[in-house]
Each structure stands twice: as C-alpha cells, then as structure tokens.
Design a protein around this ligand. Structure first.
Ligand code: NAD
Length: 494
C-alpha cells in the first residue's frame, strides 16, 4: 500500500494527519497494512472553518438542485468504476468477503444515484393561504454537518450520510472508525476528484480519521457543526445525543441491535435455514441487524435446530479474499477476543454450545482474527448473552410456545432494530410484523436493503432515519415564507 493512500483529507488538502499514528491491520493475517496519522483537534477546527466557507461559496451555494444532482451522479460513476479497488481495500481492512465488499461499494454508488434522483424530484410546498398572502415552506442546507461511522460497513455507511448531506447542500466532516479508515479515504479521493472536475470547492468534504474520543468528539462539539449523523454503539450514541442536546442541534443515531428471527412451525424450512444462517453469520455477525436471537416454534424446535447446527458446522471459514469463504475473520483480534469472552460468559450462564465456541484450528487460521460460527442453546431470554449485543458470529436459539409468549420474549430487549419472520401464513406474518418492536421487519427474507426504503431503530437502537427520499430533508432546515399579495395596508396600521 502506497504512502499516498494514508494521507487524510483536511479542508480540501491531502496530507499526513497531525494526530496520533494508528496501524490498520488485515485481520486475516494480522499484518499491518498501513499506518494512518489521525487528524488532530486543530485539524478538525481547520476543516470545519473551511467547510463553512465552502458552503457559503456562490459556486456551491447558488447551484440549483438539478446542478447539485450532477455532482452526485459523477460520484456514483467514479465509485462504480472503482468498485473493485474499493472492495479490495475494504476486505483488507475489515476482513469481509470480497463478494460482500464489492456489493457494498456498488450499493454506495447506488445511494449517490438514488439521492440525485430524489433531489431532482424533491418539492417545496405552497401551503393553503389563510389571508392575502402566498404561504410557502422551503428547505435550506444546515451548513456544516458531521458524519461519524463504525467499522463494519464503511463505504456503504459513508454514502448513506454523504449523499443526502451533499444533496441537501451541506459540507461534511466525515469521521471513519479508527480501525478502518482506508476505504473512506479512497471514497474521499473520488469525491474530491468529482468536486474538482465540476469546479466546486473541495473543502466540502473532509475525511478525518482517528479516535472517537479526540477526533469524533471534536467534530460533535465544534460550534460550526450544525447536525450529526451517527452510526455506532448505543452508549456512544447516547453521549453524542447529550452533546447535541446541549448545542440544540439535530442528531440521527443508528445504534446497536439484538434482533429476533422467528421461525414458525409453518415456515418453508429450507428457506428459513438459509435465511437464519445468512442473517447471523454473514459479515461474521458483525452487523447491527444480525439476527442474533432465534425463536423457533417448540413443535419443530429440536429438528430445526439439529439441521441448522449440521449446516452451520459446514460453513466455510477463511480469508475474505477466497471466493469460497462464507465467514471471514472478525475485524480485529481484540474484537475476536471480546466475542470469545461473550461465549465464555454464555457458558457461565449455563449455555450449551451446540457448535463453534472456539477459534478454528489449523495453521491457515493461526494469525487471523477468526472465530467459528457458534450456536448456543439452553439460555433464558433474560440472560446477558440474550440481552447484550455480541457483534460476532454467535446465535442463541430459544423455543417459544405461542404467539403471545413469542412477542413477549422477542420484545423483551432494550433494542428494536430488526426482525425476521419465516412463515407461510400471511396473516400471522402481518400480525407479528406489527407487534414486534423493530425499525425493519423482513418476512421470508433477511438483510436485504434498498436505498429508497427508510432505515431506523426503535428504543435503544436509535433515533431518526437514514435512507429514503426524506433523508435529504433530514439534512436541511425548514423555512416558512409569507408573501403579501394585497395592496391594502395591514388593517391594524389603518
Ligand atoms: P462505536 O460506538 O465504538 O464507534 C462508532 C464511531 O463513533 C467510531 O467512528 C468511533 O471512533 C466514534 N466515537 C466513539 N466515541 C466517540 C465520541 N465520544 N464522540 C464522537 N465519536 C465517537 O461503535 P463500533 O464499535 O465502531 O461499531 C459497532 C457498533 O455500531 C455496534 O453497536 C453496531 O450495532 C452499531 N452499528 C449500528 C448500525 C445501524 O445502522 N443501526 C450499523 C452499523 C453498526
């Protein structure tokens, strides 16, 4: 990896960050692939000031929506052209399979295209007037916004914030996770190129890697930052929301999950088996929406779980670069250790380990951050293992007796992010989909996404929404105009 790609983007300039060096490690091999010097708090300030100037620059400020859309289309093209390179970087940085990282890069391109289309068709309102005036509700950019992302799907989560924020007319300070800055820096290069080609101020985007405590906090607290888009853990989100409340600025929070997957006795078993495994073990379980609690109707529980375990044992664990791999390494050795500690906790809570429960053996796994896909049984839903987000390839199976018992257990969680339902009974699917506390419910499918469909969490899983056409409005301020049409003076003035 060249030095070039470790430079950070501050106020339109590529440079070595003035903050602490952070090694980024390929979790499949344990090798350091690059050392990125973090941004310093002073560089966050520099980026924010330049961003505020860029937003006010007439070259950007005066663009009409269809002209801003051209920028998003160009970024989409460049992202699509670079999809293989973005995928390879993300696989090296996160351990995810190339199949997945390629899909994430293409989905980022799709997000820019979708937001361009949404922007061109977004309408302001002429509201029914209640006097001799025309009343209008219009939308304007907020100014400088902060985007803070976790390590699990960087390029896609970057696009989910940058695309609507740019569409809305803002400048963005992007803070990628300390472990995985490389693909965000690559995306930053593509966006800089698009801005330059179109003669727009390059300080509209800064990419500021580093720790949350230093760089993330400086972004959130900066007086010029008028909105935060955050994805990450619930406790981090709570802290950011507290700062945003003090500043009286909006913050959208996409947080953690402990999502239930439900297999009813009338499910298509083949579909359910594949869906349950994909829902928890793809991305090695490092997914906010992972279906980590599996509720199976008691009458089919034992046969379903036996078949599931047999298939989970056959999942192919290996490096993300191997096209045969289904389950890659975890993002970092320390994260693998935290997942292993959760499985130890589960054992101490009385769990039966049906499969997995250890790192795989063999020289090919020795240096990587691998952990076997694990299925646990024999726990109560109130156990810590069932209540806390593990963020790894660990599934807990729980039987249920009837629908009320199921809904009570499934909703007995501080989280409310996602839910999967496997059934052939469309009425039961409807009832359950409406009764479960979850921002997204998948019926006879799982972990599928469209840029056009809003995404949000309930309860401790978040506040606010990403994606969908309203995402652009979420990065704008609303203004009302009253425009007098009468020639007569206001009655009071008479
Ligand atoms: P994290 O909360 O530790 O970090 C997320 C980001 O916040 C990182 O960039 C981090 O550096 C930054 N940060 C940390 N402290 C900060 C502070 N005080 N001020 C500002 N920024 C700060 O989360 P993580 O471990 O990187 O990611 C895993 C978590 O993300 C899981 O809980 C997962 O469920 C969640 N997640 C949620 C979604 C969703 O859409 N709901 C999607 C992906 C991941």
């Amino acid at each position: 990896m060249s030095d070039h790609s470790t430079e950070i983007l501050v106020a339109g300039q590529w440079r070595r960050g003035a903050g602490a060096p952070v090694d980024t490690v390929d979790p499949a091999t344990g090798q350091v692939i690059a050392t990125v010097h973090s941004a310093s708090a002073e560089e966050v300030d520099e980026a924010a000031r330049a961003a505020a100037e860029a937003v006010a620059d007439p070259a950007w400020r005066d663009l009409l929506p269809h002209q801003r859309a051209r920028l998003l289309h160009r970024i989409a093209e460049l992202t699509e052209e670079a999809a293989d390179e973005l995928a390879a970087t993300q696989t090296a940085d996160t351990g995810k399979t190339l199949t997945e990282t390629k899909a994430l890069a293409l989905s980022a391109a799709g997000t820019f295209r979708y937001m361009a289309a949404a922007l061109e068709t977004a309408e302001d309102a002429v509201t029914p007037a209640r006097g001799p005036y025309v009343t209008m509700s219009v939308h304007e950019p907020i100014g400088v916004v902060g985007a803070i992302n976790p390590w699990n799907s960087p390029v896609a989560s970057d696009a989910q914030k940058i695309a609507p924020a740019l569409a809305a007319g803002n400048a963005i300070l992007l803070k990628p996770a300390a472990w995985t800055p490389l693909v965000s820096l690559k995306l930053g290069r593509l966006i800089t190129r698009a801005l330059t080609e179109l003669g727009l101020p390059t300080a509209l985007l800064s990419v500021l890697p580093g720790s949350g405590r230093v760089v993330g906090d400086a972004v959130v607290r900066h007086p010029l930052v008028g909105r935060i888009g955050f994805t990450g853990g619930t406790e981090t989100g709570r802290g950011i929301a507290a700062v945003a409340a003090q500043k009286l600025i909006p913050a959208s929070l996409e947080l953690g999950g402990k999502s239930p997957t439900i297999v009813r006795a009338d499910a298509d078993v083949e579909q359910a088996l594949a869906g349950v495994m994909f829902g928890i073990f793809s991305s090695s379980g490092q997914s906010c929406i992972a279906g980590s609690r599996l509720f199976v109707a008691r009458e089919i529980h034992d046969t379903f779980v036996a078949e599931l375990v047999e298939r989970v044992r056959k999942l192919r664990v290996g490096p993300g670069t191997d096209p045969d791999t289904q389950v890659g390494p975890l993002v970092h050795h320390s994260h693998r250790d935290s997942v292993a500690a959760y499985v130890d906790l589960a054992r101490s809570e009385g769990a039966e380990v049906l499969c997995g429960g250890a790192a795989p053996e063999g020289p090919e796994y020795a240096d990587g951050a691998y952990y076997l896909p694990t299925v646990l049984a024999g726990l109560d839903n109130s156990s810590r293992t069932c209540q806390e987000e593990i963020f790894g390839p660990v599934l807990v199976v729980l039987p249920y007796d009837d629908e009320d018992d199921l809904v009570r257990q499934a909703n007995d969680s501080v989280y409310g992010l996602a839910c999967g339902i496997w059934t052939r009974d469309h009425r039961a699917a409807w009832r359950l989909a409406r009764r479960i506390d979850a921002g997204t419910v998948w019926i006879n499918t799982y972990k599928q996404f469209s840029a056009s469909t809003p995404f949000s969490g309930m309860k401790d899983s978040g506040l606010g929404t990403e994606k969908g056409r309203d995402a652009i409005r979420a990065y704008q301020r609303q203004k009302s105009l009253y425009w007098g049409t009468s020639e007569a003076p206001l009655p009071w003035a008479n």
